[in-house]
Design a binder for this molecule. Sequence first.
Ligand code: SAM
Length: 273
Amino acid sequence: MNYRHIYHAGNFADCMKHALLVSLLHSFLRKPSAFMVLDTHAGIGRYDLQSEEAEKTGEWREGIGLLAEEAPSSPLAPWLALVRQAGGPRFYPGSPLLAACMLRAQDQLICCEKHPDDKRALYRLFAQTPNVSVHERDAYEALRALLPPKTARRGLILLDPPFEEPGEFSRLADALATIRARFANAVVALWYPIKHRTPVRAFQTAMAGTGQRNILVTELLMRPPHDPDRLNGSGLMVINPPYGFAENAQAILARLKTVLGAHDYETSMLVPE
Ligand SMILES: C[S@@+](CC[C@H](N)C(=O)[O-])C[C@H]1O[C@@H](n2cnc3c(N)ncnc32)[C@H](O)[C@@H]1O
């Protein structure tokens, strides 16, 4: 458990993931019925971008640091409004804080974080927040323990592992099988790094081979994915994407490409409905 997200908070990959996450959550707000969010790799929820750790890499400067001037009409605006509401851009909100900001009285957020220090920080952040629970537990074990949800028939599951150990891609494929067996209509968002194309292609082939229908791939490439030692891009695979999400994702990624000076982006159906 060496990975600390503070070194990477607010970087291009976070911007992509978080802008898309907010778009997904907006889709749930269209109906009054309750939904649950399960954030399996939650992190600490809020990151001080002026901390020594964040400044050490300065990754946020090539991400959220370039997005201060977005117009209210930008497809990034709904996410950036929440960033400001949560204390950003200096105190940059991670996935659980963004989700918590969007819950209504009937909705619920469950966060899992395996690192004890990070879990404590997250627990403190949400100590006074209703409808949010924080667990110190393994993400993959949590899927088996917590699904199907007791309080809602609709839900979003975000899996955002650090990819610090080998086998993360195949753990994600196994996780999808667990989710399908327990909560088949869940919207599932799986984050993955793009260093080199080969492992990403193998992952996509494995996911397509699970029998799961309705899989959307969204990717943002900062550079061509040739150097396997660099994070050249990132992807968010979305299973059961809500109506209209693919078009919104396209607009979000096109805008991120322009403002961040990215190389390319993609949204495509890996498996149709
Ligand atoms: C990429 S960070 C999460 C960032 C967060 N989702 C966000 O967008 O703000 C990954 C987190 O997963 C935690 N983690 C690593 N392995 C885990 C596991 N097996 N179960 C739960 N959490 C884990 C790490 O401690 C780290 O805080």
